[in-house]
Structure formats: structure tokens, C-alpha cells
Design a protein around this ligand. Sequence first.
Ligand code: ACO
Length: 430
Amino acid sequence: MANTLTITDNRTGKSYELPIEHDTVRAMDLRKIKVTDDEFGMMTYDPAFMNTASCISKITYIDGDKGILRYRGYPIDQLAEKSSHLEVAYLLMHGELPTAPQLKEWSDAIMSHSDVFDQLQKGLSGFRQDAHPMGMLASLVAALSTYYPESRKISDPANRQLQIHRLIAKMPTLGAWCFRQRKGLAPVAPEKGLSYTGNFLQMLYKAEGQKYSPNPVLERALDILFILHADHEQNCSTSAMRAIGSSQADPYVSMSGALSALYGPLHGGANEQVLVMLKEIGSKDHIPAFIKEVKEGKGEKRLMGFGHRVYKNYDPRAKIIKQTADQVFEVTGRNPLLDIALELERIALQDEYFVKRKLYPNVDFYSGIIYQAMGFPPEFFTVLFAIPRAAGWLVQWLEMVTDPEQKIARPRQIYLGSPDRNYVPLNQRA
Ligand code: ACO
């Protein structure tokens, strides 16, 4: 069997044989399909990249039909059960699980960079007290670029690793600053002896002059949530990180762009919107009317936390989050919104509209309910997504800058605007 694709152009009757590799043809191979020699050649049209691979990657595997997610080959449920976020970050970065000394060295290196310049802290006072934490976080991460101008040397491997350590380390610190800024509280310094999530919790909740010990159940639950959010291959924010980074911009400004992409309600901002939606529904009796509105809204009103571009089955992360919720509620008490969410899921999964379109709960459907039970306000939920995703963004960025096939990202367009015409002076226009 030949591993090629034969295309016949019916405009000319000519046939072309294109090589197939990994069940894919190269879009550039289509360029030779032309009617006349001076033509540009054939392109593919794929708005929103529904069927276009933009890179070859060895990091994360998703089978959307079967509901499978693996980081470097390891199933997400095994990592969530047995690993920690920093170990997963190491795995994503290096491709293999660390030995005990490697994990210690990696964790120490990350935690040693968790402080952020006091000078940048002064910039916090420039934000409104009610500023959205994602707007603040994207700005603060971009501002870090000005403190580390050497980060522009992206072809230097040691320099790249240093910036990666810094960014993974400083994200919880900056996230905690945004949280406390909205409460009118001064930032709390990182504490090196704690775990990644334990330190984050103390930077959020420690009262001045008092000792703070994170609750181990909540610390572990947050760690599991961080593992689940660490990477998700070529989603909107990761593609933004890769596209910005492809211009050889430094990783700080590239990640600020990724944060902006994540902020949107169709992406990481959905977890905040799920809570808004559940509160709006208010009680189980109102669910049928809400579902009816979604169905009649023709895409205008969506069931937030449902549906996914890749998963056409239950999102495996949503399953694990549902289990984690029970452990959290034993400490915090049951979030009453959970009953509305469970009933909403039950009704939606039996409804022909959702069944036909293969719309299942995604990662954001249940995460917000846990976050709320843990005392986080809805507007902070996307920050809780962004902090662990920093690891994924950075590994994907690293893969992109070290891939000899990658160049500056620059899609083509099909121009259907006005043809050539002459400028008309203002006083001669009708
Ligand atoms: N509620 C109701 N209908 C939906 C939903 C939803 N959540 N999601 C998709 N649909 C419908 C669409 O209206 C469309 O119907 P049609 O065929 O009659 O026009 C069909 O399902 C296909 O939807 P698309 O928008 O074409 O699917 P796409 O792959 O572009 O969108 C997305 C995926 C953005 C995630 C979408 O499902 C959505 O908006 N979900 C709600 C927001 C959300 O939860 N986002 C988080 C995603 S996970 C993440 O980013 C971390």
C-alpha cells in the first residue's frame, strides 16, 4: 500500500501524488497544484484550525473520542493519584519522571526563585481595587520581562531554563498578590520549606504576625487540580504562547499573551462563568427552563463548562475533579451548588441536543465548585487555572523554539475585499 494521496485537479485534469506521514499531508505540498505557472498555488482554508496540525509534539496526548489524556505517555488519572504538581512539571519539561535527587534539585531550584522584586509590588497600587485578577496577572507577568532583559536570549539553553524556573516559581507569588490586592491586604512573602501549593495557600491566607499551616487535604486537593491543569496540548492559550514566542519575543511577554487568551470565557474563563450560571439557575427546579433557553438560544446562550473542541466524550479531568470534590467537602462542608451541577449534568446528558452534539462536562464544570468551597471568589478561578498551566505553556514554548521546522507563525488569508482602485480626494467623495 503506497503511503501517498493522489489528487486530481479537475480544472486541468492533472494528478498530483502527495506523501502521507502520520496520517497527514503537508499543506505546502498543495502549492504545486496550479492552473497556470504564475499562480500562487493551492492553499487549505481552516478557520479556527479545526483540522490543521501546527506542530509535531511529544508532550501531551489527547484522544477526544475516547476521553484519554496523557502527559508524556502517563495517564492523567495515575498522575493525579500518585504524583505532585512539581513532579508533573518536571515530567513535562524533561520527558521522564525524576529520580528522588532530581526531584529535590528541581523543587529546590523552583522554590528558590519564588520571591518577586519589591519594586514590582509598588506597581500593584496602580490597579483599581476591583481590578480583575487575570488582567493584573497578565500585566505583572509582562512587567517581569523588563526585570530580566537577558530572557530575550532564547537560543541559550541555560538562560531558557533559568527563565522557566523563574516563571513557574513566581506565578503563585504573583497570583497571591492579585488575590490580596483585591482584599486590600499587603502581600505575604513565599515560605521556602512548604510545598508548591502549601506555599501558595500561605501567601493567600496568612494573617499578619500569625503562623499559617495549610490544611493537608486542601493542599493536596489543590495539587491534584494543578496536575489536571498542567498542560493540554495545542489549545487557544498554548497556541498563543507558541505564536508570540515564534517571533522570538521573550517567555514573559509570550506568557502574558497566553494568560490573555486563557482569560476568555470560552477558554479558562469558563470556570468563573459556570459559577455565575449555577447561581443564576438558583435551584434544581429552574434547570429545565434554563436548558430550554440554551437550546433555543442557537449558540447565543451556552451551558458553560460543557463542550470541548477535542473531547467528544467525558473530559477525564472532570471525572477526577468530581472525585476530589468529595474530599474537599469533608473539610469545607458541601457546596450547595454541587446539587444543581449534578442535576444539570444528569438532564443535559439525556437531552438529545447535547447527546447529538457530543457535549459533555469539561474541566471547568466542577472545578469552580471546589474552588468556591475552598474560599476562592469566582473571579480568581482562572488564576487557579493559569498558575499550573504555566508549566505546560513553558514546555510547549521550549519545544517550539528548539524545533528546527518552526518559523515565525504567520497564517495565510483568502482576500475577498475590494480590487485595486484609486484614492479619491475628500472633496470629490459623494
Ligand atoms: N452549550 C450549548 N451548546 C453548545 C455548547 C454549550 N456549552 N458548546 C457547543 N454547543 C453547540 C454549538 O451551539 C454548536 O451547535 P450547532 O451545531 O447547532 O451550531 C455545536 O454545539 C458545536 O459547537 P461549536 O461552537 O462549533 O464547537 P467548538 O469546538 O468551536 O467550541 C467550545 C468548543 C468553545 C469549548 C464550546 O463547546 C463552548 O463554548 N463551551 C462552553 C464554554 C466552555 O465551557 N469553555 C471551556 C472549554 S475547556 C477549556 O478551554 C479549558
